[in-house]
Design a protein around this ligand. Sequence first.
Ligand code: MG
Length: 260
Amino acid sequence: MALTKTTKEIDAMRRGGALLSRALKAAVDAVAPGVKLSELDAIAESVIRDGGAEPSFKGYKGSPDDTPFPSTVCISVNEEIVHGLGNRDRVLQEGDIVGLDIGLWLEGLCTDMAVTVPVGEVKPELIELMRVTRESLMKGVEAAKVGDAIKDISRAIEGHIKPHGYGIVRALVGHGVGHQVHEAPHVPNFVSPRYPHIEIQEGMCLALEPMVSLSGGHKVDTAADGWSIVLADGSPGAHFEVTIAITKEGGAEILTPLPV
Ligand code: MG
């Protein structure tokens, strides 16, 4: 499979990304103590469908037993780092942090993005965790340049997180996106010789997505529901994600502007 997209395809992803950003904003605006996860999911899904698109996670088969994912948004609370089920009646509590990860199909192309936000008043250490994780994502975006390598993105993200003593999840990584929900190449949030050297090319579309723990731990477990990925030591975690396209100017354009 080609690692790059045409200008026409990137145009479609830009339209999809703008709609996705609106859907995520609508859900984020509804985050508050007392709100059910399933209410946030319904809000985002209606914005996507009203915009003429389809959710890309709902119905996605990525689990070992091929069970379709049940919701539009992956909603992950506190120690849940990613892939939390958005159709739960779990109620948000003051002091939680909640990650909302969302994807859509529009005109045959998909885009993917996520933010982590506070629920009411949260501890300052959690605000700092979210701030640094988001900054690390932007460092990765700045490092995505034609002629450099995927590992330069990895190094930029890791280099911003490490001095804070936080942990970087290693079992899950960023990825190519567009023709499929997840496609090549892997975009790890850390430098590792286990990943091949891949040069960044014009037309690549990548989902960068640092997943960061407050505790410094990096190990994860799968929850009993078979989907939610939780930090094994119970630490809270933050996750931010954008879809970028590598442009002919040689840098990265964010196709999914962060709404908050
Ligand atoms: Mg992703």
